[in-house]
Design a protein around this ligand. Structure first.
Ligand code: NAD
Length: 369
């Protein structure tokens, strides 16, 4: 099977980290029988410059046709004054919307060599490997009414509405259970069923999907506030955490921060799986932005983007062993003392973007047997 991967490098350091990740793709083609075709398409500021829009239809169509999109970053000061509909970020938002990417995945993986860089004690984060699955297109950010009105006494009243339907909860629960089967086979579902009716429905639906479709996966329920506390007390008790849009926003930032630099953090956004073809829209991207302050200097840490490709191997292509191999290669490079500037520590060797990728490729060579 030949996989189709659309590369959307975007702006700033986006093209730099995508170029290096392309070298990693090449390694997997040569050494692990990984057949793929790549195509590059403009998005964000560069698309605005060349095609007059940050969200070209041609790019969106290519993304829909691809098995996965590997996205760099968009934005920069050059486009800050553009009207909202022409801003580079529109490109990413349109991709998320048109591909119906309702499931946002953020892993928190602590590499042993960086355990001292965490704000928590090393023993709490060493070996940490959890995945937050956040519902991305429903809940309180989108619910209606969403308005501010003025009351007769002159004060203002603002309303946001938390709304979830059975089908919205079912589909995110399925994503979480399916992903758990590729990892530690455990799901913790976080809501506030003690005080919110959406939380009650969330718990009921997750419990039903579990009983009917995923009885082999271990399920627990946790109140979202307790989950936030447990994440800093004993995060390693978790494997996959599934939660709604609002709680997911907070919990995923908290979990990501357990492990350190923004240059290290990958993410994925997934759509629904087509029951007939099994195809699932998917976009993989580093969490960081276009980092205009270091763009074009060969300084960017490519690891977040490289680890986004590891997520792509695991979640879009089911190549769990290859994903693990790539993560182990990154771990090896870090434990050998190689660092980019953003994660530099005393006594370590500082490398640029390409040299760091060279090291990852060398580690892959060393580990492939
Ligand atoms: P940023 O993530 O681009 O940068 C924040 C800081 O982290 C900077 O000092 C930067 O140099 C550093 N950094 C980020 N990635 C790094 C890497 N891989 N290696 C080393 N250092 C790294 O966030 P920002 O400065 O707030 O935003 C810059 C631009 O990026 C803005 O236009 C913003 O809108 C855009 N942005 C885009 C995305 C996206 O495309 N998904 C996400 C966030 C921000």
């Amino acid at each position: 099977m030949t996989y189709k991967i659309l590369l959307t490098p975007g702006d700033g350091i986006g093209p730099e980290v995508i170029e290096q990740t392309g070298r990693v793709l090449g390694w997997f083609a040569q050494n692990r029988n990984f057949a793929f075709e790549t195509e590059s398409a403009p998005i964000g500021g560069i698309a605005y410059e060349t095609l007059g829009t940050p969200e070209p239809d041609s790019t969106i169509e290519k993304a829909k046709a691809a098995d996965a999109v590997l996205f760099g970053a968009v934005g920069g000061p050059k486009w800050d004054k553009l009207p909202f509909h022409q801003k580079p970020e529109r490109g990413l938002l349109r991709l998320r919307k048109d591909l119906e990417l309702f499931a946002n995945l953020r892993p928190a993986l602590c590499f042993d060599a960086l355990k001292d860089a965490s704000s928590l004690k090393p023993e709490i984060v060493a070996g940490l490997d959890i995945l937050i699955v956040r519902e991305l297109t429903g809940g309180v950010y989108f619910g209606e009414p969403k308005e501010t009105t003025t009351l007769p006494d002159g004060q203002k009243r603002a309303v946001d509405t938390q709304v979830y339907t059975t089908s919205e909860i079912e589909r995110i629960a399925r994503v979480a259970f399916e992903l758990a089967r590729l990892r530690g086979n455990k799901v913790a579902s976080a809501e506030k069923s003690n005080v919110m009716v959406t939380g009650v429905l969330w718990r009921e639906v997750v419990t039903k999907v579990h009983a009917e479709e995923f009885p082999d996966v271990q399920l627990s329920h946790v109140l979202a506030d307790n989950c936030a506390m447990q994440l800093v007390r004993n995060p390693k008790q978790y494997d996959v955490i599934v939660t709604d849009n609002l709680f997911g926003d907070v919990l995923s930032d908290e979990a990501a921060q357990l492990t350190g630099s923004i240059g290290m953090l990958p993410s994925a956004s997934l759509g629904a799986k087509d029951p007939a073809s099994g195809k699932q829209a998917a976009l993989y991207e580093p969490i960081h932005g276009s980092a205009p302050d270091i763009a074009g200097q060969g300084l960017a840490n490519p690891i977040a983007c490289i680890l986004s490709f590891a997520m792509c191997l695991r979640y879009s292509f089911g190549r769990v062993e290859d994903a693990t191999l790539l993560e182990r290669a990154v771990d090896k490079v870090l434990s050998e003392g190689f660092r980019t500037a953003d994660i530099m520590q005393p006594g370590m060797t500082k490398l640029g973007t390409a040299a760091m990728t060279d090291r990852v490729l060398m580690a892959l060579d060393a580990l492939k047997a």
